[in-house]
Design a protein around this ligand. Structure first.
Ligand code: ATP
Ligand code: ZN
Length: 289
């Protein structure tokens, strides 16, 4: 099995799987249908993909069994593995939060003193307590942490929370955030010792960066009255100067620009007010800076 290919470990089946495969696709990588396989070779790039449980990924990358991995920061910090973070990937965002019984109040973090906290993240929780000089008892539970307060095992919990519905079902509510997490690309510390792999990695990283840039940007096109040009250029939040093209109707101009994807709905109305028409907003596949 050992070949010169770069080995990337991703979650086999879970919340990060789809988005990670999507990211590889954006990078132009042709990953064959992976169903039920632990290992696939990318058809058009010197890379193999390993499908693992997310909890195992940091250790595989620490040991260099995998050169790279994609994993949540929550898992990475909990495992305390020694790896480099090569890139934050912007998906799989979640918060590790304290949950408390719904009828209790926790005004400030000092309220954690003397309490018992159940969590599947004992290392992250303990580091937080140490950093804040708090004295609580941490008990490690794997799975269904939310039921521990009602069973009298713990006063509070610390768990990944998104909507809070699971908390509510267990008569708990959200309190402080301990950690904000997103998916990250991690790298074996000694990957660059291997020249061949270092080169493949730098190619991959450039593709990932251009894919991430493109995802956060949109291509904006519209027609505007010639006399609105100055105002419209001020409205458009582009980094570079927009492209201005003439039209057959000499009172009109066509404008094209790359803008941050989340800004469009903020400027749409202003553009209309300045007489912009035929506004098109298009996805961008890649941006090579
Ligand atoms: P595995 O079988 O691989 O061990 P898992 O059940 O531990 O999977 P998932 O629930 O699939 O893990 O979550 C994977 C990662 O997705 C989490 O570690 C976290 O980084 C991220 N994530 C994003 N949103 C959420 C959420 N709402 N709840 C839990 N995890 C989330
Ligand atoms: Zn897991």
């Amino acid at each position: 099995m050992p070949n010169g290919n770069l080995k990337l470990a991703i979650q086999k089946s879970g919340r990060l799987t789809e988005k990670s495969l999507q990211l590889l696709k954006t990078c132009g990588l042709d990953v064959e249908n992976y169903k039920d396989r632990l290992f696939v070779t990318v058809r058009n790039f010197p890379m193999d993909i390993l499908f693992l449980r997310d909890d195992d990924i940091p250790e595989y990358v620490q040991n260099g069994v995998a050169d790279l991995g994609i994993v949540g920061e929550n898992v990475l910090l909990e495992k305390r593995s020694v790896v480099d973070i090569a890139k934050k990937l912007g998906y799989g965002r979640c918060k590790l939060r304290i949950g408390i019984p719904e009828y209790e109040e926790l005004e400030n973090i000092e309220g954690l003193n003397g309490k018992t906290i159940a969590t599947s993240y004992p290392n992250i929780m303990q580091s937080f307590l140490n950093e804040n000089k708090l004295d609580s008892r941490v008990i490690q539970i794997s799975g269904s942490v939310e039921i521990t307060p009602s069973l009298g095992i713990a006063d509070y919990i610390c768990d990944l929370v998104s909507t809070g519905t699971t908390l509510q079902m267990n008569k708990l509510k959200k309190s402080f955030t301990i950690l904000e997490s997103e998916a990250v690309l991690i790298k074996y510390k000694e990957l660059e010792m291997n020249n061949e792999k270092a080169e493949i990695f730098s190619n991959l990283l450039a593709r990932i960066e251009s894919g991430l840039n493109a995802k956060n940007s949109k291509y904006l096109m519209m027609n505007i009255p010639k006399n609105s040009l100055k105002k419209i250029v001020e409205i458009i939040p582009s980094l570079k100067s927009p492209t201005v093209l003439s039209l057959a109707d000499e009172n009109m101009l066509a404008i094209q620009s790359v803008i941050p994807a989340d800004k469009f709905w903020e400027i749409n109305e202003d553009l209309h007010n300045e007489g912009a028409t035929d506004i098109l907003l298009l996805p961008i596949e890649n941006i090579i800076l």
